[in-house]
Design a protein around this ligand. Structure first.
Ligand code: CUA
Length: 317
């Protein structure tokens, strides 16, 4: 997976939580067991082919039928191996997927093709989860449309997100940093652009982020930005996207990402573009050219209107 610009993403086989480590350990243990089986079987077959070959081409090789001791052995050994692997798997399941024992900290909702992230504190964001390092974060998962699959490989298990079947996953990061996640279940045309970033920060940094994220967007002061703010309401944008502003009541629409603090996010379109002024302008002008099939319509904005909207969105920090 290619990370967005400026994001140092840790190698995918590095594990950064107890849950992810349990899964990686099970993978290694299974690989070792299967490797040993491969070596033993290869050796035995080669040995038998060489050792028991009938050297006289005219003679029929000795036929052996029924060998109770051998049959018991080759039944018992695989049964023991499967039982051992089952035990290891059960142990991993217990440690990688502990039961939910409290209210979820975050609710993540899969949409075609982006992730809505709602915090218990009231903060709402998209395609970017911030969390304190070293703490268990309980994530409730829901889908707004089709089956998605939530997966942040370095932090834990992969889990299907099925409409009508809310579920949960634990996230925990043992090191501060940015972790790349993705939708791991084919969910339509833009499945590949349903990325997610998990930003693990110190508890103080996280508290400050959460506090700021709960605040409404500032009212625009610059005249161009004010024009953009008006456009946002007058055009169709406000029907899908929420911008929480002081003195403006918005019935919480969530068919598109909440844009209250959009300028702070790392990417646009769930990872399809890095979030900067130039890309935001391109995205507003031609979302269907950049992410064909996405539910963001190309509304034929004039260059001037796109610029006013970008000026406004850039104030949303
Ligand atoms: Cu959502 Cu693939």
């Amino acid at each position: 997976m290619t990370p967005p610009r400026g994001v140092a993403v840790l190698p995918p086989f590095e594990t950064h939580s107890a849950q992810a480590r349990a899964i990686a350990d099970l993978f290694t243990q299974t690989l070792i067991v299967c490797g040993i089986i491969l070596l033993v079987v290869t050796f035995l077959v080669t040995y038998c082919v060489v050792r028991f070959r009938e050297k006289d081409p005219k003679k029929e090789p000795v036929q052996t039928a029924g060998h109770t001791r051998l049959e018991i052995t080759w039944t018992l050994i695989p049964v023991l191996i499967v039982a051992g692997l089952t035990l290891l798997t059960a142990r991993t399941m217990a440690s990688s997927d502990p039961p939910a024992d409290r209210e979820p900290d975050i609710t993540v909702i899969g949409h075609q093709w982006w992730w809505e992230v709602r915090y218990r504190s009231g903060a709402v964001t998209a395609n970017e989860i911030h969390m304190p390092v070293g703490r268990d974060v309980l994530v409730a998962l829901e889908s707004a449309d089709v089956i998605h699959d939530f997966w942040v490989p370095q932090l834990g298990r992969k889990i299907d997100v099925t409409p009508g079947y809310p579920t949960h996953v634990w996230l925990e990061a043992d090191a501060a940093g940015t972790y790349l996640g993705t939708c791991a279940e084919f969910c339509g045309a833009q499945h590949a652009w349903m990325r997610l970033l998990v930003v693990a920060q110190s508890p103080e940094e996280f508290a400050a982020w959460d506090q700021h994220e709960r605040e409404p967007a500032p009212n625009p002061t610059d005249p161009e930005a004010a024009k953009g703010a008006r456009l946002f309401v007058d055009m169709t944008c406000a029907q899908c996207h929420a911008i929480r502003r002081p003195g403006v009541t918005i019935t919480q629409p969530n068919s598109g990402p909440d844009l209250t603090h959009v300028a702070e996010r790392t990417t646009l379109g769930a990872g399809v573009l890095d979030n900067d002024e130039k890309n935001l302008w391109r995205w507003l002008k031609d979302p269907q050219g950049i992410k064909p099939g996405s539910h963001m319509p190309s509304v034929q904005l004039s260059d001037k209107k796109a610029t006013d909207l970008v000026t406004y969105f850039e104030t949303l920090r």
